[in-house]
Design a protein around this ligand. Structure first.
Ligand SMILES: C[S@@+](CC[C@H](N)C(=O)[O-])C[C@H]1O[C@@H](n2cnc3c(N)ncnc32)[C@H](O)[C@@H]1O
Length: 406
């Protein structure tokens, strides 16, 4: 919830944007999005906690712990597939409240007999000081404290003694074998928007609306932009491209894998930028800073940016990934051990929310970058393998023995 200061922040964000536009002219949608979401003073993410039933939107890790646990199993299976390196850096981009990392670590502790020998560290890339405090509370019980150690701005330790470090940028995370996870991170990165017109392609810009000085409007840039595109509208997210290139380079040089899960498409959608406030759609330009802004991730672009140094799998629909990872069996175990009627109902409704095609099951997609050596053995990555004829033998994962990776 942003309740306490969102009302104050929105006018000051609007004022900031209108003075900027007055000074330099219309700004790109990417610049608008960057200011609105991550401006260091009044940015939407920078100020507070917007996740959950009382906030503006809810994410899968906040809906059910099973989501993060299954991602944890995926991480362990990739670590095993890489030959169980001694050092395992778990890196999360945009950790929200820290729930996903906490659930991943729970899977790690349940599978201690498998992963126990590795030296695991958690590295969180988070731009929001307010959210990093909530993450530290959830992951370290508030034991962490500010750090003056180079790019690490916060440091702590989990109850199990795993070191946790916070960074503002991916490039600050130390090199080493790493598994990267990014859930609903790429959709928050700024997109440029382009529109095909009779006079060629034009970038969409944000300007002050002359009919209402306290309002903003979209306009088209006067000069053309080059784009060889059959579509009429285009969204491009260069920041996502840069981050994916960094992930690919790190994975190919130091080993590891990345799992990206987000709203997305494979290069088929065009005009997807939207706002969310109180779980409702919200006009992108209305009271900027009071609502989340999000654009679907173009996985065809992510694949192009990843290049030849890594192997990409996906996108596959969330419901396919979770079913491949054994969500049905995990649900059966949880239901078998749960006699409380309201908890049972809640388990079933969260399962439905995560996997139903009309809810999050189809809209969210899973995509992964893997080290090419992963495919020198006849092993396919758990969760992302669609072709059952090529299924690997189930990996023996203690604690989750019911799981079948197919
Ligand atoms: C939509 S939330 C998702 C949170 C979490 N992954 C989840 O699924 O519940 C986006 C997260 O990314 C962070 N974030 C947004 N832009 C960022 C950036 N440029 N660098 C680092 N973190 C960013 C936000 O502060 C927030 O933690």
């Amino acid at each position: 919830y942003l309740s306490s200061d969102s009302q104050d922040a929105a006018p000051s964000m609007l004022k900031h944007l209108t003075s900027k536009i007055t000074a330099v002219g219309p700004i790109t949608v990417a610049e608008y999005m960057k200011e609105v979401l991550t401006n260091p003073v009044t940015g939407y993410y920078v100020r507070g906690d917007m996740l959950g039933p009382d906030g503006d939107f809810i994410t899968s890790p906040e809906i059910s712990q099973i989501f993060g646990e299954l991602m944890g199993v995926w991480i362990i299976s990739e670590w095993m597939g890489a030959g169980r390196p001694q050092q395992l850096q778990l890196v999360e981009l945009g950790p929200g409240k820290g729930s996903l990392a906490a659930d991943v670590l729970r899977a790690f502790s349940q599978l201690k007999s498998v992963v126990g020998g590795a030296s695991v560290s958690l590295h969180l890339v988070e731009v929001s000081p307010a959210l990093s405090v909530i993450q530290a509370q959830n992951l370290t019980g508030g034991q962490g404290g500010p750090s003056s150690d180079g790019p690490v701005y916060l440091r702590g330790e989990t109850a199990a003694g795993l070191p946790v470090s916070w960074y503002r940028r991916l490039e600050d995370v130390p090199a080493g074998f790493s598994i990267f996870i990014a859930h609903e991170f790429f959709d928050a990165l700024p997109v440029h928007k382009f529109q095909r017109t009779d006079r060629g392609w034009r970038e969409v810009m944000v300007d002050i609306d002359p009919h209402g000085p306290q309002q903003l409007r979209f306009v088209l840039a006067p000069s053309p932009t080059l784009a060889a595109e059959p579509r009429d509208h285009l969204e491009v997210c260069p920041e996502a491209g840069v981050i994916v290139q960094q992930l690919a380079r790190r994975i190919s040089e130091n080993g590891g894998a990345a799992l990206i899960a987000d709203y997305g498409h494979d290069g088929t959608k065009t005009d997807t930028l939207r706002g969310f406030k109180n779980h409702q759609l919200h006009h992108v330009l209305s009271s900027p800073g009071s609502a989340d802004l999000t654009a679907d991730v173009d996985f065809s672009y992510i694949r192009r940016m990843a290049g030849e140094g890594v192997t990409c799998l996906g996108p596959v629909a969330q419901k396919t990934f979770l079913k491949n990872m054994g969500i049905d069996v995990r649900m059966q175990v949880l239901l078998r051990n749960c006699s409380d009627l309201s908890t049972r109902k809640q388990l079933i409704s969260s399962y439905d929310m995560l996997t139903s095609s009309s809810k999050m099951g189809e809209r969210f997609q899973f995509f992964s970058l893997l080290h090419p050596s992963r495919f020198s053995k006849p092993v396919v990555s758990a969760g992302l393998n669609l072709d059952r004829t090529k299924s690997p033998a189930p990996l023996p994962v203690a604690g989750f023995t019911e799981l079948r990776f197919s």
